[in-house]
Design a protein. Structure first.
Length: 100
């Protein structure tokens, strides 16, 4: 049986004024859904959070959900530090197939 992976991720908008934390089993699919506003009423669609700036890979869905909930409780500064460790320029990690 092939190994399954789960991603905890952070999306932002062009001005970096909002942060959205989520979890998925397909980071490529999910970032595309955010970018194309699959659900026009979603938070990411309303605030144009279309830029994938951080992600973390897990092999357990329970671990990924636990981590997502942990990060959601953090203040903004802690979240920004997490992003800056991986992606100091806040480039879109989904652009050009750089994810995964």
């Amino acid at each position: 049986m092939p190994q399954k992976f789960y991603w905890v991720y952070i999306m932002t908008n062009q001005r970096h004024t909002v942060l959205y934390i989520g979890v998925t089993n397909s980071i490529e699919r999910r970032s595309t859904e955010h970018r194309t506003h699959l659900d026009p009423k979603s938070f990411t669609a309303r605030y144009n959070a279309e830029v994938l700036v951080w992600y973390e890979v897990h092999t357990s869905i329970l671990a990924a959900i636990k981590r997502e909930k942990q990060i959601k409780k953090w203040n903004r500064l802690w979240k920004e530090r997490l992003i800056n460790e991986m992606n100091p320029e806040w480039k879109d990690l989904a652009a050009g197939g750089r994810v995964g």
